[in-house]
Design a protein around this ligand. Sequence first.
Ligand SMILES: N[C@@H](CCC(=O)N[C@@H](CS)C(=O)NCC(=O)O)C(=O)O
Length: 218
Amino acid sequence: MAFTLINAGPSPYGRKVAIALLEKGLDFDVVLDTPWAAGTITPHHSPLEQLPILIADGETVYDSSYILEWIETRFPEPPLLPADADGRLAARKRQMLGERLMEVMTLLLFELHRPEPGKDWVDRQTRKMHGGLAALDQLYEQRAITGETIDLGDIAVATTVLVFEHAVTAGYSPDIAAMRWRGKYPALTKFVVSIEQRPSFVATRPQDMALDLAATVG
Ligand SMILES: N[C@@H](CCC(=O)N[C@@H](CS)C(=O)NCC(=O)O)C(=O)O
């Protein structure tokens, strides 16, 4: 089967999909797009006008969480979810927290780029950032890290927190406490230090792109 991934260089959502494809040994081409720029191809493939989009032999699949479900269902080997019910629910919980935390970070970042950020809104999203990171730290205290096992929860969590760092170094985000987790949350840090060495993570490091967030939210 031939796969094309429509993606943006720094997108953690697209990175999750690329990592899942690599972990499954599935070859794919990447087409880069900017969904809010003139001439974007994204609306031709998704009514939600968002990346990532996976085109698989003519079938178009969108929304990263659904794409991961689609890949896991169509290509179950090697599995990216445990077979047992408890393990599966635990992985899905980490996946959910990683994905929702990414959404909180987006809300916070966009607000910070408005001419007059709302203090209550910023405080609320900041509190959720710290709460979500602390919850993940607790979950990783209980998860045995072997360097060999990986699941959809691990992928969602690591791509999310790694893009917090990329957003700061690439200049998309101010260097605020809400984006800092390395060293501050020990179990989460230990997990990411281990997983970021995997070939699928090394091959998909976030790439810079021209991004004017102030213009995007304006
Ligand atoms: N829930 C979506 C979110 C994807 C998303 O926000 N993608 C960004 C690029 S990283 C995008 O396309 N933004 C354009 C927009 O929201 O209009 C997913 O998981 O795929």
